[in-house]
Structures are given as C-alpha cells and as structure tokens.
Design a protein around this ligand. Structure first.
Ligand code: HAM
Length: 413
C-alpha cells in the first residue's frame, strides 16, 4: 500500500519540520499585526471556474458529491477569501490583515517542488489601495524568510506590475478579451522554448521579448523598491517585468520569490487583485485587495539546502521533540510511587516518560538519552529518596520524596 502520487506521509521528523515552518509563519505574520482565519477545504467547483484562470481549473481535484453538487478540494485560498470578505466585510474595520495556514490540492504532474497536496501560508490585506500596503506585504514576505535564517544571498523577491503589460497591450490595440491568454503566455515565456511562446504571441513576439530583455521601466515599481529600501530591505528585491503570475485575477503589483541559485521553483507568489471581490460578489461588494502565498514544499527544500537555515531547523525541531525527564524504575516495587510523582510532574507541565513494563536499568538510561531528556530520576533502593541525574553533566544528587520536585524545578529552570 502506497500513498497516492504527489501525497506525503508525515513521519515524526517530517511533522516536526512542518510544525517548525508553521510556527515561524505564524510568529512573523503576528509580528506584522495579521490575524488568523480559516476557510473550508472543499468548495463549489464554480468558485474557481469563475476567476482563478484556466491553469488552475485544469488542475482541480474535483468530483460530484452525494448530493449531486460539483465540488473541488481547494487549489488556493484567494477565491474563498474573496467570498468570505464579501459576506462579512461590515463586521470588520478596514484594512483587514488576515493570514491562514492550510492544505491545498492541485492535480499537477508530480515533480521536484510540486506535489498534489501542499501547505500554504496566505497573507492578505483587504481594503487598501495605497502602495504602502504592497510594500508592507513584500516586507512581510521577506521577514518571514529571514526568520528561517535565510538572507539576501539566499533568495530574491522578483517584483513586477501587471499594469506594465496591460498598458502595453492597450497601446498595441489588443482587445481586452485576449489579455488573459497573452499574459499567461508572457508568464510562461521564461520556462518555455521561444518558438512555443512566439506561436501564442504572434505579431507581439518581438516587442514582448524586447521589453523582457530591456527590463522595462515603471515609476510604481521604483516606488516599491524605494519603500523597501527605507526599511533596509532593498537587497532582497529585483524588478523583473518577466513576472506576470499564472492566476487570472491579478491587477497591479505582482511578485514571486526564488532561491538565488535558481535551483528551485517559486517559494512564494502573490500580488494585487483589486477586482476579484467585486467579480465574485457579482458587484455587491467592491474592495481592493492584495496578498501572497508561500508553500511548504519548496521552502522546506531551500532550508535543507542552506546549511545555516538547516542547522537552525534541526536545533529547533530537536529541542521541540526532547522530553525533560525520564523516570528510571530500578525496582518494580517502586512503580506505584514513581507513577504518583510522574503525574505531579506532568501536571506541572514537564514532558515526562518512563518504561511501561519491567526494563533493565541500563536500557532505561539509554532510552532517556535517546529521548533527549535533561534529567533522569531513579526510583530504587534509596526510596523514600530518589537519585536525580543531570544527563548533560553526569552529576547525580539524592533528593527526598518531599522536596525532589523543587530540586527538579531548579535544575530545569
Ligand atoms: P501560487 O503562486 O499559485 O499563488 O502558489 C503560491 C505558492 O504555493 C507557490 O509559490 C508554491 O510555493 C506553492 N505551491 C503552489 N502549487 C504547489 C504545488 N503543486 N506543490 C507544492 N507547492 C505549491 C496562489 O496560490 C495565490 N492564491 C497566492 C495569493 C494569495 N495571491 C493573493 N493572495
């Protein structure tokens, strides 16, 4: 029996790594004043057909449920967010700064960095048109990656502006109903052979490639970079008009984050989607919005690749897994006394483990070490005293039944 292609089992080590990523995501989002929310993992298929764009609709994990509803496992969070905001916006002061951590499903071809399920952190700001929000969002994205020990030498945020391309298409008198398809072609141009892109772009091929080569010019993009420069973050970003984003709903500044070495696919991506809420609510609610999502798969690979980041993760996950105290039951007659104390130690919040059945003392000490315990407490012949052993230093002291807990507290402080 194996997992389905593109799905993962999370054994304890992988779970620890995932929890490490979630904890950093949550901590930095909170540092920026974002609050957590969550939506359902199953949505009406229609929600994505309406606005995510052809690429995502092709990748839907969808089926008909027992009530004959067309449903899909969520491939992304943004349409759900737009629906929720359109329904509840009156209940909250603007701008909303919301984040969410959850699992997403895309029926993609499994490859390095791309699976059929992955976890994302989504951070979105709703109800603000000012460029200050775009800058804040990019700064948040950078600071999240820095929290993993990554630096400007490890990753770069490539920032672009969809207006740059829609202005170009307007100038060339291209009808707006062709824009989405052309933007998708420009988005893919960096990853596809030129001939394939040329087929889709037709007479626009040469001017598009000329713009991509020259890098283009945009006052708005310069302002974003300046805004990040004030915070000392300019070295983390580069203007790159080749970033267009595959999703259909983006309207302004867009960005994607890549490892500097260029080994992996995007670590994160996002941008402004000022019309999505209005479109999904059929015009009932109109609110500007912007956000990004960062996935756990590529990020996890980048962390493993960069020694500084990997060490930080190993250290944090090891200390998270370690127990505080291992109770060595050297004499079976002491098991009941040991259990009374174990209960008390656990009530105080310590992580405590002990052998469930009769076990050789040497083996118990080995287990204590393997579990990363700081202290071993031996219940044996000395009773009503116990031997408290500091496993790091090897020092051992006897403590009476009545005051060993305060000794333990002092040692573990
Ligand atoms: P996205 O670029 O489709 O954007 O996905 C964001 C990130 O999720 C990617 O950069 C990547 O790290 C990760 N990701 C996506 N698909 C996969 C996959 N099949 N396997 C592993 N990781 C994956 C969005 O989803 C937008 N809704 C982001 C957004 C939020 N825009 C505004 N607000």
């Amino acid at each position: 029996m194996q997992t389905l292609p593109g799905f993962r089992d999370f054994l304890p080590d992988q779970c620890a790594a995932r929890n490490y990523i979630f904890a950093r995501w949550r901590e930095v989002a909170r540092r920026y004043g974002f609050v957590e929310w969550e939506g359902p993992v199953l949505e009406p298929t229609e929600l994505y057909k309406k606005k995510s764009g052809a690429e995502i609709v092709d990748q839907l994990f969808n089926f008909t449920d027992k009530g004959e509803r067309e449903v899909a496992l969520r491939p992304e969070l943004t349409p759900t967010l737009a629906r929720v905001v359109a329904t509840h916006e009156r209940e909250f002061k603007k701008p909303l700064k919301w984040f969410s951590i959850g699992q997403f499903f895309r029926y993609e071809k499994q490859q390095r960095g791309r699976l059929r399920e992955h976890f994302q952190l989504n951070c979105d700001i709703i109800g603000e048109t000012d460029l200050a929000a775009d800058i804040e969002l990019v700064a948040l994205c950078i600071d999240i990656l820095c929290a993993f020990g990554l630096t400007e030498k490890d990753f770069v945020v490539r920032i672009s502006d969809r207006d740059f391309w829609t202005n170009f298409l307007r100038e060339k008198n291209v009808s707006p109903d062709r824009w989405e398809e052309l933007l998708q072609a420009i988005d893919k141009s960096g990853r596809e052979p030129r001939e394939k892109t040329a087929e889709k772009l037709g007479e626009l091929t040469d001017p598009v490639f000329a713009l991509l080569k020259s890098g283009g010019k945009s006052e708005k993009l310069d302002k974003v970079v300046d805004g990040l420069g004030i915070r000392g973050l300019a070295d983390f970003v580069a203007i790159d008009v080749g970033i267009v984003r595959g999703l259909a709903y983006y309207t302004g500044i867009v960005f994607e984050v890549f490892d500097r070495a260029g080994k992996f696919r995007a670590i994160a991506g996002g941008g402004r989607y000022d019309n999505l809420i209005q479109q999904l609510s059929d015009g009932a609610v109109s609110m500007p919005a912007l956000g990004f999502a960062m996935g756990d798969v590529v990020l996890g690979e980048v962390i493993k690749e960069i020694p500084r980041a990997n060490e930080a993760m190993q250290k944090a996950t090891a200390s998270d897994r370690n127990i505080d105290i291992y109770i060595v039951i050297a004499k079976e007659e002491r098991r009941a006394d040991a259990l009374t104390q174990i209960q008390q130690l656990r009530d105080r919040g310590y992580r405590v483990d002990y052998p469930l059945t009769t076990t050789k003392v040497a083996r118990q000490f080995q287990t204590a070490e393997d579990a990363g315990a700081s202290l071993a407490i031996l219940f044996g012949d000395e009773w009503p005293e116990v031997a408290v052993k500091n496993l790091a230093t090897g020092e051992q002291q006897l403590a009476s039944r009545d005051d060993f807990i305060s000794r333990v507290e002092a040692l573990l402080r």
